[in-house]
Design a protein around this ligand. Structure first.
Ligand code: AQP
Length: 332
């Protein structure tokens, strides 16, 4: 893997994986797998920034690993592990928190949104979430962070923290950049074309493990636009609903927007919505079947996350030792 750029990314096991996670993140991880040296994580420590049921959290970690593998992540090409199995994440997170300003964290859009959603439980963890995310990325000296657009602000803060630390102590961290593709970078909810697809709005959220009939039902009920034109044309401002469906269709079929417009010329929304549903069903079917098969093999899943944590720890501890030395801690 020498000489390749390194990627790092993760998803919270805070609910079932959805089409936004797949198209905005995991699909790119899989597509770029041969090109880069990859590290992909199940970020369980981020998940407890809002209250979780412990048994559900444990179950979802294993389900998520099975789904990562079913989507095509290959443990020979990508290190796959659970964040809490590598204590260096929490340790570097503490250090970086001491190089992050209160004002910077106060400006984070995700914090503002989540603080509204969980107004009765706005914890310090929710506020410092981006610092832990910066530690996740910087520990591995990642060059590229394949995430959806909603995470760009956090990656930019991570760069700012790294620049600040490097400025004080000399070159310590690689400066990471966001890596994503246009189609899938911001999948909107099927019932809320102006808000991102998210598990908090279940009606408009397609889960990777949804049954075909449920996927079809969600697409048939997708909100389209009330324009008089009624034709399939990409225009996110005038036609956010249809443009979102086109984005999804393009991402799962690899067809361009021009090709899609030509395919549905004169057909209207009534034909388009179920066609997108069909394409998504076919794309997700093998993933759902393989994830179900893998989930029954707990011994295999354990072997993957254990060896992943060992390999990740080796890399993470190298960076952590360097940081501890630079800030003036006595070597252990
Ligand atoms: N709608 C989306 N479009 C494109 N990419 C998305 N991602 C998430 N939603 C979309 C990408 O998925 C990765 C994991 O994100 P996360 O761990 O922050 O969790 P989440 O799935 O983003 O959380 P939700 O669904 O939004 O849940 P709630 O409702 O709890 O806030 C990231 O790469 C993200 O960009």
């Amino acid at each position: 893997m020498e000489g390749k750029k390194r990627t790092f990314s993760g998803i919270q096991p805070s609910g079932d994986l959805h089409l936004g996670n797949y198209l905005g993140a995991i699909k790119n991880w899989v597509d770029f797998q041969d090109e880069f040296d990859n590290i992909y994580c199940i970020v369980d420590m981020h998940t407890i920034t809002v209250r979780q049921n412990p048994a559900d959290l444990r179950r979802r970690c294993l389900e998520q690993l099975a789904q990562y593998l079913a989507c095509g992540l290959d443990p020979e090409k990508s290190i796959l592990f659970i964040q809490s199995h590598v204590p260096a994440h929490a340790e570097l997170g503490w250090v970086l928190g001491c190089y992050t300003q209160f004002g910077e964290l106060s400006r984070m859009t995700q914090f503002k949104q989540k603080a509204q959603q969980h107004a009765d439980n706005i914890t310090g963890g929710l506020f410092t979430y981006p610092v832990l995310m910066a530690a996740d990325i910087l520990l591995y000296q990642a060059d590229l962070v394949p995430v959806g657009e909603d995470q760009r602000q956090h990656v930019e803060l991570c760069r700012d923290i790294a620049v600040r630390f490097n400025g004080i102590y000399g070159d310590t961290f690689t400066l990471p950049e966001v890596l994503n593709r246009k189609a899938g970078a911001r999948v909107m909810g099927l019932t809320t074309p102006n808000a991102k697809m998210s598990k908090s709005i279940p009606e408009g959220c397609v889960l990777l493990m949804d049954k075909p009939e449920d996927i079809q039902r969600k697409f048939k009920r997708a909100v389209t636009d009330s324009d008089t034109e009624r034709c399939v044309r990409f225009d996110p401002v005038a036609k956010p609903g249809v443009s979102n469906l086109m984005q999804i269709y393009s991402a799962v079929t690899e067809k361009s927007y021009d090709e899609i417009e030509a395919e549905f010329e004169g057909k209207g929304y009534g034909a388009f919505k179920p066609a997108v549903g069909d394409a998504v069903v076919e794309r997700l079917r093998p993933i759902r079947e393989e994830a179900t098969r893998l989930l029954a093999d707990k011994v295999y899943l354990e072997s993957i996350y254990k060896s992943g944590a060992e390999r990740a720890s080796y890399l993470a501890n190298k960076t952590l030792r360097k940081v501890y030395k630079k800030v003036g801690f006595v070597a252990r």
